[in-house]
Write a protein of this length. Structure first.
Length: 744
């Protein structure tokens, strides 16, 4: 069986040099080129990691080609033996009594292909679940028992069996059929030890699901199904074996009826439809039970020779069946590529990379809801139909959990075309299948670079550089503190920005904000402090000091912030004059964060506008509506943003180390000062104008003391009142003069 399909190919090995003749081209071109010159110079559309994976799968792909050749030969011989002609493609209407023999020829060919006594292929089977249900009701009667030997069945069969309440709609349990199941082994395969003693005398039917369904388990090979049938028949020879053959057709060189299965059933919009059949299903196996299933589809006594097939549906059935080995081969190559790439990125896959396949499904554990949704969205964007739509998870008839489907297919629900789906439950696995050519999956995994999006959970200080795409994902958190020191946090959406160069992941999280000291919820300000409304404010002369208003504005990512202060310059000191720039304790918050006193000034609107612009550019880039021009624009824009981010980040880090914050030893008010601005000159408090010194990042009282305070009429100035007479008043005046003399 698999020795053939997995064996190395006997094709001749390609050589680097070949004697390719050149042809003379009659044109205005001065020189002729080799015929295949243009093909050798086509650039690969795949990402380098996809190219590497494809090259590593060369032997597996050639083995699949051998499998396709073997199965195509099998289908061709069956068509020839059934003497298929163009007259069989004619449709029929009404009862279908005047049908031109197409049904009979198609049934005969399919029965020979799968090794069955009889088969029916009908458009009236509208799903694989429908065909399987007809087969089960053909077997089972009240009092019988159905035994599932490969774990729980597919979700849509739970209500059919009665495992999930069908609300009296006619499940097997409603008709008195009992149900049991044999759990799987720890490795996800059949539990052979339990199966050896699982059957009972009342067990009428053993049900085997060949594919994994929505379970994280191994799909069964025909060899394993054969072994299971032998164990079942050994315990109860009258027990009938029903195989759900969905996704298993043409994956191997033999089918379950060839190894003893009594019935198999499946869907034509999966493997045997070859991406061409517009609808339908099949049941094949022993003739008696095929007729019983047909009676369940129609009615007892009507048989299999009725039912209309209007239009060219019969031609689609024949053509799809003939093409199905080739389509299945491409789907298998696609699953091999998915497993190879996703496993290399650290994801759990089932089946494992480079192992023989027993169905066309590749499962990948993505770990959470968001990744599952994102993966399906990426597949939808890479589909030929409905690429502009976004798949949405929701409840679907027959499924207990929410399910998301990505199927931009020509035939609605055709999983033989490029598609994936998965239930939104643990372990959040996506199930990939189909594809008319394996390169479709190469484009999904490579050109769209979905894999990179799965990594980007960014935090401060976590830098991860991956080559081949430039993707900047900023996750920013802005903290704003109100007067009661309650922090309000605004989380902006994560913004993916695409460009076709190298990938860089960064994250910025500004939390190094310091709170300004609050006294009775009022911000204290220096005496005669002039709040600035403009950068250009004339100098204010007061008590031998020149007090200049100082303001600067910092803008980062559209979030503006004003920083205000006073610039104090001594004019009459004998020693070397200096300047002290004292900034109020505003910290490095955003939206007034950290130190208070900041203002929004419409910055939130600008920030949201930038986010909307980034999201819009991202959408247009992903959908390819602007092409290479948009990629270039986004690349330039991204670098223009990245440089200020890095530069400002370095400045904030340096500034945080250069700032000293403490309380004035004279008046007790908090303020900040840059270490780099310190020199031998006097340092003055911006609130009380008293000198201080900086020792070990602490403000200490200086021996020199003076005042430039002014008072309103009648207010005491350094405890001196003009109306006071005597010794006390003169002492106060003398003290002030002495202090000023010391300063000189």
């Amino acid at each position: 069986m698999w020795a053939l399909s997995c064996a190395p190919s006997a094709y001749p090995k390609p050589t680097l040099k070949a004697s390719i003749p050149t042809a003379t081209v009659r044109s205005s071109s001065p020189a002729s080129l080799p015929i295949n010159h243009r093909y050798h110079h086509i650039d690969s559309p795949f990402a380098p990691e996809i190219v590497e994976a494809v090259e590593s799968l060369h032997s597996e792909f050639r083995a699949v080609d051998n499998l396709v050749a073997h199965n195509t030969d099998r289908v061709l011989k069956a068509f020839q033996n059934a003497r298929v002609g163009s007259h069989h493609f004619s449709g029929c209407t009404g009862y279908g009594h005047d049908e031109a023999g197409g049904r009979q020829a198609l049934d005969q060919a399919f029965a020979e292909i799968v090794g069955a006594e009889s088969a029916i292929i009908r458009s009236q089977f509208f799903s694989g679940t429908h065909a399987i249900t007809c087969a089960l009701f053909a077997f089972l009667r009240p009092g019988d028992e159905l035994l599932a030997v490969a774990g729980p069945p597919y979700d849509t069969l739970e209500e059919v069996i009665g495992k999930r309440d069908s609300h009296g709609m006619g499940s097997l349990r409603d008709f008195g059929v009992k149900y049991r199941e044999v759990s799987l082994a720890e490795d996800g395969g059949l539990d052979w030890e339990k199966l050896m003693s699982a059957l009972k005398p009342e067990t009428k039917c053993a049900f085997i699901q060949r594919s994994c369904g929505y379970s994280w388990r191994k799909s069964l090979s025909v060899g394993e199904i054969e072994q299971a049938i032998k164990i079942i028949k050994m315990q109860n020879p009258t027990c009938l074996v029903m195989v759900d053959n969905c996704y298993g057709e043409f994956v191997e060189t033999i089918e379950p009826p060839m190894v003893g299965a009594d019935l198999i059933a499946g869907s034509l919009i999966k493997n045997p439809g070859g991406t061409v059949a517009p609808c339908g299903g099949y049941v094949a196996g022993r003739e008696r039970w095929v007729k019983a299933a047909a009676a369940r589809l129609s009615a007892p006594g009507l048989g299999v020779d009725c039912g209309s097939t209007p239009g060219d549906m019969m031609r689609s059935f024949f053509q799809g069946l003939f093409l199905s080995p080739q389509m299945v081969g491409e789907a298998i190559k696609g699953t091999l590529l998915i497993a190879e790439v996703m496993a290399s990125k650290g994801y759990k896959v089932q089946p494992l990379p480079r192992v023989c396949r027993h169905d066309t499904v590749q499962a990948v554990q993505l770990g959470n809801r968001e990744r599952l949704l994102s993966f399906c969205e990426a597949v939808q964007r890479s589909s030929p139909v409905g690429s502009f739509t976004k798949p949405v998870a929701g409840t679907t008839p027959g499924y207990a959990s929410e399910v998301i489907f990505a199927d931009g297919t020509f035939i609605d629900g055709s999983t033989s075309e490029l598609s994936c789906d998965g239930p939104l439950r643990e372990p959040f696995a996506v199930f990939c299948q189909g594809g008319t050519h394996w390169t479709q999956w190469g484009l999904v995994l490579g050109e769209r670079i979905y894999l990179k999006l799965l990594y980007l959970k960014l935090q401060l200080g976590n830098f991860n550089i991956i080559p081949k795409l430039l993707l900047l994902l900023l996750s920013m958190t802005f903290s704003n503190y109100d007067k009661q020191f309650k922090a309000s946090v605004i989380d902006t959406p994560q913004i993916p920005i695409f460009a076709m160069t190298t990938i860089l992941q960064i994250s910025i999280n500004f939390s190094a904000c310091k709170l300004r000291t609050l006294h009775d919820d009022v911000f204290k300000q220096p005496i005669k402090f002039n709040p600035l409304s403009s950068r250009k404010v004339g100098p204010l002369h007061e008590n031998k000091f020149k007090v200049k208003a100082f303001s600067e504005r910092v803008s980062f990512l559209g979030e503006g912030r004003s920083k205000e202060g006073i610039l104090v310059k001594g004019e009459e000191w004998k020693r070397k004059r200096g300047m002290v720039l004292v900034r109020f304790n505003q910290g490095f918050g955003f939206n007034g964060g950290g130190g208070g006193g900041g203002s929004d000034n419409g910055a939130t609107t600008r920030l949201l506008g930038n986010i909307a612009l980034a999201i819009g550019l991202t959408y247009l880039s992903v959908t390819g509506q602007l092409g290479w021009l948009l990629d270039a624009i986004v690349s330039i824009w991204l670098f223009a943003v990245l440089a200020p981010i890095v530069g400002l980040g370095a400045f904030l880090w340096w500034a945080g180390r250069d700032i000293v914050q403490d309380s004035c030893p004279n008046c007790g008010n908090d303020f900040q000062i840059f270490k780099s601005s310190l020199n031998d000159d006097l340092q003055l408090c911006p609130f009380c104008s008293q000198p201080f010194s900086v020792v070990d990042d602490k403000f200490v009282r200086d021996s020199v003391k003076f005042s430039n305070q002014s008072t309103t009429f009648g207010q005491a100035f350094n405890d001196f009142i003009g109306s006071r007479k005597g010794k006390d008043s003169s002492v106060s005046v003398v003290d002030v003069e002495a202090e000023i003399k010391d300063a000189d």
